[in-house]
Design a binder for this molecule. Structure first.
Ligand code: CMC
Length: 447
């Protein structure tokens, strides 16, 4: 007998043989398990997809127990040390590291699609000065759909390639323009002579015409971009695939993915961590804060992960990067609170039992703040590099013959069929007193 699962339905006494492939059974194989001909067939109930593989993927591998993360087989530690974000984006999208000429072409295309249509600036100018940059970012990525109607050709590989260049190239520009709008400063146009990270720093922070990014900060930001490039089937990748499965264009799907990222349980956690550290205020207050977490009053933001049940390998790398950044910017005092929080939390039974460790967002915000980014930009800083991952997930979905429009099942627990009730007959049994009150109020108004 090959890899199969024998299932006996104790309602009927029947036994079924179900194939196991790649460590999984096909949920559709359960449909044959029925009590009688009227039975729809057995379903699985899995809110939040805790144990359901929605796709086969070859992009990112995570072993949450061992703290392993690999893009296309390459360990994140090696990529963070030896690669660049643009090279990693190429790898994630194409499956292999580029040759020098492939990398040159890819980098050239990304660099030369970074300008945005002048009308997009008008979209930005329509936002209030205090609009959250992530809200603006989501809207502007969606707005790109109206500028590139050719993106609707989602089954055309050439069109997909072009939209890929455009999206990866334009997201830093949209992000920087959103920020400049919030501080009321003129927009800085992309500088084609700079690297992806260096150009972004210039578009963000250049106040006069000349700006040379600090090489340490440029390298650190590029490394942070590498660490955030993809993370398999998380909430935003799932949104990208689900929306893309209806054959919406990639700008709309990316906007949906960015919207999913915005929440504090996902990419908005870095912003929430900074606010939390500021609220704690000093190392002395850490024990009382940890007690509040244990009492269930608050969550320790930047801790815990659906998949990692040991240290998030990205957090380890970021912790090291923090010190390199501080050598240029000076130390962000919040790092001491964060380290103390980690030290105390990891000694506590509450966190040990639940396998809660620092995740990527625990230290990233401290670096961003030291570099001069305002807290509200942190989720946007996550979205910029994650765009390459979202596109890779989208392309994999669109070209996968197993995939169809995403459409989950439900377990319907509502009312059975019943007849429509005319207004005069509704709520009779609830309370005659309420009706009487309403009548007397009507009467009072007439007087
Ligand atoms: N602080 C305190 N308790 C926590 C935390 C936390 N950060 N995270 C999980 N728990 C507890 C939770 O209360 C539950 O306890 P119990 O079993 O007693 O009810 C248990 O641990 C399991 O938690 P869960 O909510 O069922 O786990 P999940 O897999 O659904 O959620 C998570 C994962 C990341 C949403 C969650 O850990 C969390 O809210 N963390 C804080 C937000 C955060 O840092 N998010 C960034 C994630 S990494 C970046 C990214 O890719 O998005």
């Amino acid at each position: 007998m090959g890899d199969t699962l024998s299932v006996t339905d104790n309602r009927t006494g029947k036994t079924y043989e179900i194939a196991i492939e790649d460590g999984a059974i096909r949920a559709m194989d359960l449909r044959q398990i029925r009590v009688d001909d009227d039975d729809y067939g057995l379903k699985t109930y899995d809110p939040a997809f805790k144990n359901t593989a929605s796709c086969k993927s070859r992009i990112t591998f995570i072993d949450g127990e061992k703290g392993i993360l690999r893009y296309r087989g390459y360990p994140i530690e090696q990529l963070a040390e030896k690669s660049s974000y643009i090279e990693v984006a190429y790898l994630i999208l194409n499956g292999e590291l580029p040759t020098q000429s492939q990398l040159d072409i890819f980098a050239h295309e990304i660099t030369h699609h970074s300008i945005i249509h002048e009308y997009i600036k008008r979209v930005i100018e329509g936002f209030r000065y205090d609009a959250h940059p992530m809200g603006m970012f989501v809207s502007m990525v969606g707005a790109l759909s109206t500028f590139y109607p050719d993106a609707k050709k989602v089954h055309d590989p050439q069109s997909r390639q072009l939209q890929t260049y455009r999206l990866i190239a334009k997201v830093p520009t949209l992000a920087a323009f959103a920020y400049r709008h919030t501080i009321g400063m003129r927009f800085n146009y992309p500088d084609n002579d700079l690297s992806y990270a260096g150009n972004f720093l210039k578009m963000m922070f250049c106040m006069s015409n000349s700006y040379t990014p600090d090489p340490v900060l440029e390298k650190a930001l590029d490394q942070l971009f590498i660490l955030h490039a993809d993370h398999e089937q998380n909430c935003s990748a799932n949104a990208m695939r689900a929306v893309g499965s209806s054959e919406a264009d990639p700008y709309c799907s990316t906007a949906a993915a960015a919207a999913a990222l915005y929440g504090p349980l996902h990419g908005g956690a870095n912003e929430a961590v900074l606010r939390m550290l500021n609220e704690i205020g000093s190392k002395d207050n850490v024990p009382s804060f940890v007690k509040r977490v244990k009492d269930g009053e608050v969550r320790l933001m930047g801790f815990g992960h659906r998949v990692y049940k040991s240290y998030d390998p990205r957090a380890k790398i970021i912790k090291k990067t923090a010190h390199e950044v501080f050598s240029v910017t000076g130390k962000n005092p919040l790092i001491d609170i964060a380290l103390e929080l980690e030290r105390i939390a990891l000694q506590e039974d509450y966190f040990v039992k639940r396998k809660l460790y620092p995740n990527v967002d625990f230290y990233s915000g401290i670096i961003y703040e030291a570099m001069g980014f305002p807290v509200s930009m942190f989720p946007v800083l996550f979205a910029i590099p994650r765009t390459s991952g979202w596109i890779a997930q989208w392309v994999e979905m669109i070209t996968d013959s197993d995939q169809k429009i995403a459409r989950p099942q439900q377990l319907y627990l509502g009312e059975d069929e019943r007849d429509f009730v005319p207004m005069r007959n509704r709520g009779r049994s609830i309370s005659k007193k309420l009706d009487a009150k309403a009548q007397s109020r009507k009467g009072a108004r007439k007087k």
